[in-house]
Design a protein around this ligand. Structure first.
Ligand SMILES: [Zn+2]
Length: 404
């Protein structure tokens, strides 16, 4: 097995830490932001550019790749990294979020999880998914064809895709489900987690010539402290077929204003020695909350999705570079940013590209946004190691306006 997590630094009076995750395709220094390449591509950008700006891994989506081109095709290609020409570590999420967010409460999921929402599904508003004890039946958002995901199928799909870190199949609930439903759902997710461990173990043995894939259990429980803590305890101590989870994903319905508190509950129940991934979180303010409360890795579509609509990050907040004010602004998007876009192009040029709908606009804005967020989390790591995380947080957030 070539998966390891080592803690390099642990805050004495807090949950935050730095560390290194080792995978068969290389290591990830944590905390780290993992850019999303939903369909095995970080939209509009070359893998070379994503690697040059300092990203250490990418996260793709099992649901989308299962539908197109099919996980078997990726298996035949030699796995996700080889298929998309990304030599570093890769993640796939289980598809649970996507198949479930096709279902009841989908509109409400949008309301509460605007940042993490799957941009490829937003057109579909029809009820397309049904959950039962065994799994989820859903209709493809592409052609309406009927499909079924179970914990076993999600594991099979993720083994064929072949990412270094994969996630257990869980049921996504929304903040609008009542507590009774959340309790039942959490129990179902727990039973599914056991089935994921069994199937993962079977596939790992069957495909022993392939690089080892680490399986993370996913914690649900919405905003209920007792449910979140129970989920963390259940999955932390879970063992089946002689194996345990290699790490944990914190998922599901999270009110942004309570993010730090919720991450703190589960982190206090989880073992120190295993990595924790916060699913679908990528706004600067939220990243500080996550890191401060002990999350190690993060992914989110926001930096790439925002970039394609000309919204760019800067140290004073996010702004829309296609706005009239930037027509003759020959300064870079951000003076202090060292990315390829900021070193070579002005706001005026980006403004022109977006206004004339040139393809290079989204490409350059994506390079900047991903660079900005990857770099921000890397700076948090440095600040933790040099003992000035609280000062760094205060100074960054003092200047940054979330919706600037
Ligand atoms: Zn930049």
């Amino acid at each position: 097995m070539s998966f390891k997590f080592q803690i390099s630094h642990q805050e004495k009076n807090g949950r935050a830490r730095t560390g290194v995750i080792e995978t068969p395709h290389g290591s990830i220094k944590t905390p780290a932001f993992i850019p999303v390449g939903t369909k095995a591509t970080v939209k509009s950008t070359l893998p070379d550019s994503i690697s040059s700006l300092g990203a250490q891994a990418v996260l793709a989506n099992a649901y989308h790749l299962y539908l197109q081109p099919g996980s078997q095709t990726i298996d035949e290609a030699g796995g996700l990294g080889k298929f998309m020409n990304w030599p570093g570590p890769t993640f796939t999420d289980s598809g649970g979020f996507q198949v479930m967010s096709l279902g009841a409460g989908f509109k409400k999921v949008i309301d509460m999880q605007g940042d993490g929402l799957d941009e490829n599904l937003t057109e579909s508003k029809e009820r397309l998914a049904e959950v039962d004890e065994e799994g989820v039946t859903f209709k493809s958002h592409l052609d309406g064809s009927s499909h079924r995901f179970t914990p076993e199928i999600s594991m099979q799909v993720q083994h064929e895709i072949g990412a270094d870190i994969i996630f257990a199949f869980d049921e996504l609930t929304t903040l609008y489900h009542d507590k009774r439903y959340q309790e039942d759902s959490l129990e179902r997710t727990r039973r599914w987690a056991l089935r994921c461990l069994d199937e993962h173990d079977r596939l790992t043995k069957e495909r022993r010539e392939r690089p080892y894939q680490a399986l993370f259990g996913v914690l649900q429980g919405a905003h209920y402290e007792d449910l979140r803590r129970k989920a963390a305890r259940d999955l932390a101590t879970m063992s089946s077929s002689g194996i345990e989870f290699d790490g944990f994903g914190i998922g599901g319905a999270i009110e942004k204003s309570r993010l730090g508190e919720i991450v703190g509950w589960v982190v206090d129940e989880l073992p120190q020695a295993k990595p924790r991934h916060l699913l679908g979180i990528g706004e600067p303010t939220d990243l500080f909350e996550g890191v401060e409360n002990g999350a190690d890795t993060f992914d989110c579509v926001a930096p790439t999705r925002e970039a394609r609509t000309s919204a760019v990050y800067s140290t004073s907040g996010r702004f829309n570079v296609s706005g009239g004010a930037y027509r003759k602004d020959f300064s870079p998007i951000d003076d202090s940013c060292q990315c390829y876009t900021c070193k070579n192009y002005s706001r005026a040029y980006l403004n022109h590209l977006f206004r004339s709908k040139e393809i290079l606009g989204p490409t350059l804005a994506t390079i900047h946004n991903v660079s900005f967020i990857v770099d921000l989390v890397a700076k948090m790591r440095s600040a933790l190691e040099s003992g000035n995380f609280p000062e760094f947080k205060e100074s960054f957030l003092g200047k940054y306006k979330q919706k600037g």
